[in-house]
Design a protein around this ligand. Sequence first.
Ligand code: AMP
Length: 222
Amino acid sequence: MNGARPALNVIMLGPPGAGKGTQAERLARTRGLPKISTGDILREAVQAGTEMGLAAKATMEAGNLISDDVMIGIVRDRLNREDARVGFVLDGFPRTVAQAAALDEMVNGRGPLIVLAMVVPEDILVRRLATRRICSKCGATAAVDWNVCGKCGGALIARVDDSIDIVRERLKIYLRQTDPLVNFYSTRGTFRAIDGNQRPDIVTAQVDAAITAATSAAGAAQ
Ligand code: AMP
């Protein structure tokens, strides 16, 4: 390791609206890590009108998942960039067991993988998503206290896939495809569940404590 700090590799699991993006953003900032949101990467591609964005748009608007091959390729390329050598905070990936297995291979030899699962009751998720906003210009997710986009100053709008019917579909898909990841990871010493139905600052403190505990569990297992 040459005296450098060990890499901190974190994934945030949880249904849409659980607060993964907000907590991932805070964690990335305080720990000096890149925040990698696959939803943001896809929305930026849609805004930019790239080939991948055009191909993904309808699937995203319907609340369905993009194929594992495409998503694994996106994340592999992103994790190979220089800034991810110190670790990363992944938000929105993995979403299927195939993606989780691919991530294990990518992270192999790069330090432990810390898995934080945010737990929030469904009625709260639906309520939160109904009031969520993103930037109409750059596609960034807005923080609760912003009036305009904090990144580019653009106007804030609701996400097309945050409409009530699509939200119900996304929650169904989450239960079918992504919730099994809790079983996939829960026997690992680096897995922690977090109660996401609390004030954001309290959740942030618990995320921090969970990372400290999971990191020392990983160290003890070596
Ligand atoms: P999110 O912002 O994480 O809610 O993602 C928005 C949409 O992008 C999802 O509803 C999917 O259509 C797509 N997406 C993001 N991440 C993934 C992923 N890991 N696997 C498949 N589709 C994804």
